[in-house]
Design a protein around this ligand. Structure first.
Ligand code: CA
Length: 361
């Protein structure tokens, strides 16, 4: 931290602020660790519960969302999908003190320069007094509020949509939804265009070298044998798209257009962009992906995670609250059960373990 103070000063954080807010900090190494497969990730983020809740909120905030669409050109389902993935519609903001997480990430791990910029932005927000220090809590990576903006994003893009003089991303849904639309508009969102859609790859198709950035005209994809899921021809007037195969060529494949890049830029992760894209489709009435993930042990929805936690509790494991989040204690209990059942003790909760425990195994 002593090594950060000089560059914090150069970034507009006074010594007094820096010392007051970083004194006695200890690293929280949990924020360095993350593990997840794409199917576990999406199974928990885009489940029936979240679709139902999102549809209710689309109706509840219809008027605000319409005005937001008029100003920023981003449709309601997309804005609400970001809200649902970012903070479970304002219900999960994260509880980690931002200054501690960002300080830890500024001193450990692989992206220290990036997190230092965010740390200094967080300190500037506190220095200005926009948010009280004890209110500035968020995710492991330093995102906070309804929209889970990073501090530098808050400084650039937070919007006071209801006009009360504060861009309040902690307690005001209108400000938060408008800020999300503002972000996507600045990220190059094209009004009225789709993010993309699932496609079928021809047998033997090589995905080598393909990806989000390798955009080709849809007519070229059609020539190379890609079709709609039902085998019908691609819409060849749809512009250029990259091919996404998040689990390799044997899992679901998608053509992703410019608007997917806007979703991607919200969190710089394709899995994340796909979660929002998919949730927005589900909110519009679309179904789950047609192609299964290439695994014999698919992921669990939050309802199924709660069921698994209940079954673990019944077997005498102390896993804490049954909250649908498979944290450290749940994973430890899962490992013990997997060992007992002769399964690999990965600590991962999937369909296989749930079915075994459900049937009394
Ligand atoms: Ca406001």
């Amino acid at each position: 931290m002593a090594g950060l103070q000089g560059s914090a000063r150069a970034a507009g954080v006074t010594d007094a602020t820096f010392e007051r807010l970083t004194q006695g900090l200890v690293p929280n190494m949990n924020v360095i660790e993350r593990l997840n497969s794409i199917w576990d990730y999406l199974a928990g983020l885009v489940d029936d519960e979240r679709v139902a809740e999102g549809q209710a909120l689309l109706a509840q905030h219809a008027d605000t969302l319409r005005r937001i669409e008029q100003r920023y050109g981003v449709d309601p389902a997309t804005v609400v999908a970001v809200w649902g993935v970012e903070s479970n519609f304002g219900q999960t903001f994260g509880t980690l003190p931002l200054v501690q997480s960002l300080s830890t990430l500024s001193c450990f791990g692989r992206r220290q320069a990036y997190f230092r910029t965010e740390l200094y932005a967080a300190l500037r927000i506190l220095q200005k007094g926009d948010i009280a220090p004890e209110r500035l809590v968020g995710s492991w990576a330093g995102a906070f509020g309804h929209t889970q903006f990073m501090p530098s994003t808050f400084e650039r893009l937070a919007v006071d949509f209801d006009g009360d003089g504060r861009a309040d991303l902690m307690d005001n849904a209108s400000d938060a939804l408008a800020s999300t639309a503002h972000f996507l508009a600045k990220a190059g969102w094209r009004t009225g265009q789709p993010w993309g859609f699932e496609v079928k790859l021809p047998d033997g198709f090589s995905t080598q070298g393909e990806g989000r950035r390798t955009k080709r005209p849809v007519s070229e994809w059609a020539q190379r044998g890609l079709t709609r899921l039902d085998g019908s021809a691609l819409p060849t007037d749809a512009g250029s798209a990259g091919l996404l195969t998040p689990a390799g060529r044997n899992g679901p494949a998608f053509l992703a257009f410019r608007n997917f890049d806007a979703l991607f830029s919200y969190n710089a992760a394709e899995s994340y962009g796909l979660a929002i894209a998919h949730l927005s489709d589900r909110l519009r009435g679309g179904g789950p992906f047609a192609t299964p993930w290439p695994t014999d042990d698919p992921g669990l929805s939050r309802a199924e995670r709660r069921e698994l936690q209940g079954l673990l509790t019944l077997r005498g494991h102390d896993i804490g609250a049954v909250d649908g989040m498979l944290g450290e204690r749940s994973r430890a209990a899962i490992r013990i059960e997997q060992q007992r059942l002769g399964q690999e003790p990965s600590g991962r909760g999937g369909q296989r373990l749930l079915k075994t425990l459900r049937s009394g195994g």
